[in-house]
Design a protein around this ligand. Structure first.
Ligand code: KG4
Ligand code: ZN
Length: 339
């Protein structure tokens, strides 16, 4: 495909309303993100109904700003892409319906994008990384280790059997009284704590697979916290945060490296909200040097949910001949399949 293609990517699967214009799957011309974090904060997590309503209120404005920021109009867009799952069904439906309506109105091709595939594709933004590689996707809803064989061609090697890594960050942060979203808060306060203070059990390290389990760790942290509270000890939140974070990072990096060696691949990457964690990045930098891996991670802004990653995934689907019908529905529990 030699002709330049501009893809409008729309993302509304959770609490970010985002739209972006990306050229040829790689070059970000605009990326507008309206975050609802401030709205959901007081409830300690995302309230699905409130999320959907807010997406409806701002989606038009967000898409218009994405076009304006890229100095284009809808007439310049070649393909419309929108997330159709996994995510909150009401939230997904807003971006999906909006995207389909735009495509229909303008007679443009439409591509429904798997959100997990979007996170993986965030690695293509900027244009300096390409398959094959092993990708760790760790976000609020997903923890996967995927062999990315080619654009849009995946082998899922492992996934979480219970809580996702980001979910564990959010739940532990809540128990520590740090508020929502927990990941960035734990990341920050952990810098002041002792990561060796508590030796929580490292889940699934001994198992000969690439799966994760974080629910036992979360329970161990909460039990220890309750125990110390009952004894009347003074609680050092930073030590808890640092010990918990180190545990998660040790498990994630161990499994990612093991998968790369198993597949004999030297290229590794990370994606998803947890990929912006500073300890995870620092540890992987060290490991990459030691092991001679080429490590790539998306810019922080493309790790958490955004329209640019959806536009990129949509582009690579489109050039491989994959488009969606306008009858495509939202699929809240959509999985990433081997193909
Ligand atoms: O990818 P994302 O924006 O949404 C989902 O697809 O789930 O990821 C959000 C998740 C939240 O659980 C948040 O706590 C976590 O990513 N997160 C972090 C950091 N920044 C965001 N976790 C650890 N460290 C961070 N710096
Ligand atoms: Zn996400």
């Amino acid at each position: 495909m030699h002709q330049d293609l501009l893809v409008l990517g729309i993302e509304t699967s959770c609490d970010e309303t985002s739209a972006s214009i990306v050229e040829n799957g790689k070059y970000v011309m605009s990326n507008v993100i309206y975050s609802q974090i401030e709205i959901h904060k007081k409830y300690g997590g995302v309230v699905p109904e409130i999320a959907s309503r807010n997406h409806i209120e701002v989606i038009g404005e967000v898409v218009t700003k994405a076009l304006d920021d890229a100095y284009i109009t809808l007439d310049d867009v070649n393909v419309v892409a929108a997330t159709y799952g996994p995510g909150l069904v009401g939230a997904l439906l807003v971006g999906l319906s909006y995207g389909k309506a735009l495509a229909y109105g303008k007679g443009l091709p439409f591509v429904g994008v798997n959100h997990i595939e979007g996170h993986i594709s965030a690695n293509y933004l900027g244009g300096d990384f390409e398959p094959p590689f092993i990708c760790l996707i760790a976000s609020g809803g997903h923890s996967h280790i995927v062999h990315v064989k080619d654009y849009g061609v995946y082998e899922v090697l492992g996934r979480t059997v219970d809580d996702a890594a980001g979910e564990a960050f959010d739940k532990v942060a809540r128990a520590l009284g740090l508020g929502y979203p927990g990941g960035p808060k734990i990341d920050k306060i952990a810098k002041e704590g002792d990561p060796e203070k508590y030796k929580f059990p490292k889940s699934f390290m001994e198992k000969d697979n690439f799966d994760f389990s974080f629910s036992g760790l979360k329970t161990a942290v909460i039990n220890q916290l309750n125990h110390e509270k009952q004894k009347g000890y003074s609680i050092n939140i930073a030590d808890y945060a640092a010990s918990f974070q180190k545990n998660v990072v040790d498990v994630l990096t161990y499994k990612l490296v093991k998968a790369a060696k198993y597949k004999n691949l030297k290229k590794i990457s990370i994606a998803g909200g947890v990929a912006s964690n500073s300890l995870l990045r620092a540890r992987l930098d060290e490991i990459a040097k030691e092991e001679g891996f080429l490590l790539h991670y998306p810019k922080q802004i493309f790790c958490t949910d955004n329209g640019a990653m959806i536009a990129s995934a949509g582009y690579f689907d489109f050039v491989r001949g994959k488009t969606s019908g306008l009858d495509l529905n939202a699929i809240p529990y959509l999985k990433l399949f081997n193909c």
